[in-house]
Design a protein around this ligand. Structure first.
Ligand code: NAP
Length: 285
């Protein structure tokens, strides 16, 4: 990779950001597409996000940005315009410059859905799903499942109020049956038993010693278990679900597809997905 005066700069804002595989994936994409660009991590603490993000307006060679934990929601209030997805989810993971204005988009939901459908072979229409978590990723997942015609949603979260308010939003604004419960609520076993899909949208599992975020005995063998975590590739949740006969899916596909969509938004080019996937697999090996 050669960096020169005409190189376009792409950044990812996060704190921490060292764990992110987006630089590996997006630099491989830029190279494969023959674009003179460089994608770099930019670790920014929350109080500095506004200044850092505003500086993009003055960078004439700005190519595009990603936003990751914990800045996705704050970024939504700092851009000039939001895509319909970002506005519904209330979070931004991709920033595009359009005539000097910053457009905030959210590709997490579409990336999730494509992975679920293509790699998990799962059709959401008319089904019942459970989501663990009520943060940014959970909201993107909920939004995309509703768009894809899910019939019923169970939202389980450590802080029960956040689960309840997300469920309330889904049922009032989107007209889909939804129930929000705190983790450990006595109604959980009965409610989970008939779910066709369980999505872990919490960080529980990121550390190899983390336990499963939910009692695996509560899952029926008909349930597809999808952990959004991609490192480690097999979390305790996936391992134990597999042992119970469930089909399982990790977070690598979502990472790839949300990144491919972001690449397309920035460059207007077809994303070189094979090169992106190979780079991710090499980084994880
Ligand atoms: P977030 O906005 O910080 O939300 C985290 C959620 O997890 C909250 O609902 C939080 O509950 C819950 N939680 C945190 N620690 C917990 C614990 N120890 N026990 C139980 N619940 C806990 O984070 P996010 O952006 O939604 O990300 C969530 C996960 O999705 C992360 O692991 C991230 O890596 C993954 N992700 C993957 C992809 C991908 O491309 N594969 C994309 C986006 C995110 P409270 O409300 O109680 O705080």
């Amino acid at each position: 990779m050669r960096v020169g005066g005409g190189t376009r700069l792409f950044v990812i804002f996060g704190d921490p950001v060292e764990h992110s595989l987006s630089p590996v994936m997006q630099n491989a994409a830029l190279q494969a597409a023959g674009i003179d660009g460089l994608y770099v991590p930019w670790r920014v603490r929350a109080p500095g996000l506004s200044t850092a993000l505003n500086s993009l307006r003055w960078m004439e060679n700005f190519g595009g940005a990603n936003v990751t934990l914990p800045h996705k929601e704050q970024a939504a209030s700092l851009v000039d315009e939001l895509s319909p997805e970002a506005a519904s989810v209330g979070a931004v993971n991709t920033i595009v410059s359009r005539d000097g204005r910053l457009l905030g988009a959210n590709t997490d939901g579409q990336g999730f859905l494509r992975s679920l459908q293509e790699e998990g072979d799962f059709v959401p229409r008319g089904r019942r799903a459970a989501i663990l978590g009520a943060g940014g990723a959970a909201r993107a997942v909920v939004w995309s499942l509703v768009e894809a015609g899910i019939a019923e949603l169970l939202i389980l979260n450590r802080t029960s109020e956040r689960a309840e308010s997300l469920a309330d939003l889904v049922s009032r604004r989107m007209g889909v049956w939804a129930l929000g419960l705190g983790l450990g609520d006595p109604r959980t076993p009965g409610q989970l038993a008939t779910c066709a899909l369980l999505v872990n949208a919490t960080p529980v599992g990121l550390h190899p010693s983390d336990p499963s975020p939910i009692e695996p005995a509560l899952l029926g063998p008909q349930c597809l278990v999808h952990d959004l975590i991609y490192r480690p590739r097999e979390t305790a949740l996936l391992r134990e679900a597999k042992r119970r006969g469930c089909k399982v899916l990790g977070g690598l596909g979502m990472l790839l597809y949300q990144g491919a969509l972001a690449f397309e938004l920035w460059t207007g080019r077809k994303p070189p997905e094979q090169a992106m996937r190979t780079a991710l697999l090499q980084a994880l090996a």
